[in-house]
Design a binder for this molecule. Sequence first.
Ligand code: ZN
Length: 190
Amino acid sequence: MCYLNGKEYDEIVKEVFDLYQDYLLTSFPIDVKSLAAKMGIKLIPYSSLLKEDRECLLQNEETKDGFHTCKTDKGYPEFAIWYNDLDQKARWRHTIAHEIGHIILRHGSKASEKQEAAADYFAKQLLAPSYVLNFLGIREIGDIVSNFQISYESAFYTLKAIQNYRDKYGDVFMGCEADFVNWARRWLAS
Ligand SMILES: [Zn+2]
């Protein structure tokens, strides 16, 4: 298991917050497909592929959930996310969010273990931002799963992150998370 340091976690939260602001993500569950489309990222579901190509991707540990590609067109990068839409919804939502993370965090096509951990944290914060959940007073794993459409496993970690934060800081929000919560407070109230 590869862990990031506090500063690296904070930087990822900041990137996620920027996405929320840039694309006006103001309701849950986050629509990851529409977000990718707005970002100009092409989505390629495995169900649209030829059976033999799909089987090949599903058999490979590195591509069974999804991956992203980048080709350059007239000097501009064109990103595509290939994802296993035959899997459970919570899982492919995480896959798309994870690949958006790799793209935003500018990881190359061959991500290191640390970059994988970063993309996973990015995906969790994008789909269920723990600071906003903390502010909303969400403490039940079932509520997280149903309202944010993430897996039980992800919801468990989100809950753990909320508890760790509360143990450390109580009800006080600091730095970037305070900005994120204040911004969310405005649209959550309306
Ligand atoms: Zn990855």
